[in-house]
Design a protein around this ligand. Structure first.
Ligand code: ADP
Ligand code: ZN
Length: 512
């Protein structure tokens, strides 16, 4: 067998392995099954492409997306690898099967659905495989954020090829997902290789949403390079693109509802530009090769810490300083909670709630953001990174437990039908018409908050909603969630970061 380093140079044109590549490739070449957890951009493809060249036979690569397969085949073919895919989009399937049978392929890409077909498994039994790579392996786990039942069934194919090393690859897997992948795909525990997750050049900032347009414009004023703004919906991505364009900054929208030709055009414009801002849904970014993205902003909360890590990880792949900004509102959490309770299957709800709680802890923390992110992926970290908002400018924190109790009582006394503005009025003792008409000026909670506390009612409500102590209905009415009782009973405290003062002067003037 040829020396892997020689193949790295001759075939791939690289001088060194990066990070854990050497370890992963060494294992595969030795025929040992492996789960490689490597962040986006760490070079996962090489981990199976190089052994595909070095070992006898064809490497079977299971991949969930046709578009990704075709990208991979293009870049593999460009360096002389013999690669093909068998998908519904491929018209030359017969010929590919012939080449596969004749041992003329280094790499064959298939979707899990095909890999599980009897006919395909019969075909495989007649061919010499060098390895089986399972890309996006977190899809095998119900605990992972993108479960696909077809991945579960891959075990049959794998066990029919026990002598072939398995290489499972994923960019995002927390501890439980990792354990699950190992068990589901039959990879031994000592086959786990984890690359460092830290992206030290990314500076994390998290802010409550407070005039999003002004916040984005302020951000753009300090960020001249290309960036991505993730919007929570297609509509919003288009509106944000319009808003930003009106300031003179080139900005386009990208979401799955756009015509494919427009999507492709906007994407190439973005890749080519050094100043464009793409306002996009999370449909944008996967597989995009643009190392000089200078910032990624979220206009609302991401789906989970894993998604956040993956989406912000598209910034600064060139290693130069980059920024991640998250603008969140209590209503984001309220909506996510409602979705879990109404749309998620009951037995999956507990883990989805836990996921959301982890995200709430990340946005609410007064401590180091990076520490929370890395701990989530099981990495030990120093207490402070020196390169996130809270490390650079530690927020003042206050014990808001007492005020939280007052707010919860006010919600309870008003029959849990009113929103935060009304509850603030009641606590402040404002006997306006609405307060009087409901008789809320006669409640024991009327006027029990002093001026300092009244100023903090909103941030406290936001914190309570984020941790599911309060739930907002469709009209903003606040009622108790499971987190309310421990606070009322004095079993749990609430510390919040004192919010920075609103920067009214920062509103951007309309250009005449
Ligand atoms: P991932 O799938 O982990 O996100 P890729 O496999 O797409 O990452 O690789 C990311 C980039 O890094 C690609 O442009 C690839 O060519 C490059 N790359 C991978 N390994 C090396 C290496 N050892 N040296 C230099 N560049 C590398
Ligand atoms: Zn930090």
């Amino acid at each position: 067998m040829t020396d892997p380093l020689a193949i790295l140079k001759d075939t791939f044109g690289f001088d060194h392995f990066r990070g854990v590549q050497e370890e992963v490739i060494g294992r595969v070449l030795a025929g040992r099954s492996t789960l490689a957890v490597m962040p986006t951009g760490a070079g996962k493809s090489l981990c199976y492409q190089l052994p595909a060249v070095a070992r006898e036979g064809t490497a079977l690569v299971i991949s969930p997306l046709i578009a990704l397969m075709h990208d991979q085949i293009r870049s593999a073919s460009a360096i002389g690898l013999r690669a093909a895919s068998l998908t519904s989009a491929d018209t030359d399937r017969e010929r590919t099967i012939e080449r596969f049978k004749a041992g003329e392929l280094d790499l064959l890409y298939v979707a899990p659905e095909r890999a599980n077909m009897d006919s395909f498994r019969r075909l495989v039994s007649r061919v010499n495989l060098s390895l089986i790579a399972i890309d996006e392996a977190h899809c095998v786990s119900e605990w992972g954020h993108d479960f696909r039942p077809d991945y579960r069934q891959l075990r049959t194919l794998l066990d029919e090829n026990l002598d072939v090393p398995r290489l499972a690859l994923t960019a995002t897997a927390d501890r439980r997902t990792r354990e699950d992948i190992l068990a589901q795909l039959g990879v031994p525990e000592d086959g786990l290789v984890i690359a460092g997750f830290d992206r030290p050049n990314i500076r994390y900032h998290v802010r409550p949403r407070d005039g999003l347009n002004a916040q984005l414009k302020l951000l753009l004023a300090s960020q001249t390079g290309a960036g991505i703004v993730y919007a929570p919906s297609r509509d919003k991505s288009e509106r944000i693109a319009e808003q930003l364009s009106s300031t003179g900054r080139p900005s386009l929208a990208y979401h799955a509802g756009l015509d494919p030709s427009i999507r492709a055009r906007n994407q190439s414009a973005f890749v080519a530009s050094e100043e464009m801002v793409m306002a996009a849904t999370v449909a944008f970014g996967m597989g995009i090769d643009k190392p000089d993205v200078r910032f990624v902003a979220h206009a609302g909360i991401p789906k989970s810490i894993e998604s956040y890590y993956q989406e912000t990880g598209r910034a600064g792949r060139d290693g130069d300083p980059a920024e991640a900004w998250l603008f969140w509102g209590a209503e984001d959490f309220a909506r996510a909670r409602t979705r879990i309770e109404q749309e998620v299957e009951p037995d999956r709800r507990p883990e989805e709630r836990e996921r959301l709680n982890a995200l709430a802890a990340f946005v609410e923390t007064a401590g180091c953001r990076r520490a929370i992110l890395l701990k989530h992926f099981g990495e030990d970290t120093p207490e402070a990174c020196g390169n996130c908002d809270n490390c650079i400018d530690p927020p003042k924190t206050i014990d808001a437990t007492e005020l939280a109790r007052k707010l919860l009582s006010a919600a309870f006394r008003t029959e849990m039908r009113f929103g935060v503005a009304h509850l603030a009025d009641v606590l402040a003792g404002n006997d306006n018409e609405k307060v009087r008409s409901f008789g809320h000026d006669r409640l024991s909670v009327f006027g029990i908050a002093d001026a300092d506390e009244v100023a903090l009612v909103r941030p406290v409500a936001r914190a309570l909603i984020a941790r599911d102590a309060l739930r907002a209905d469709a009209y903003g009415g606040l009622s108790f969630g499971p987190g309310a009782k421990p606070i009322l009973k004095g079993e749990q405290e609430l510390t919040i970061a004192v919010p920075p003062p609103r920067r009214r002067g920062s509103r951007v003037r309309r250009q005449g």
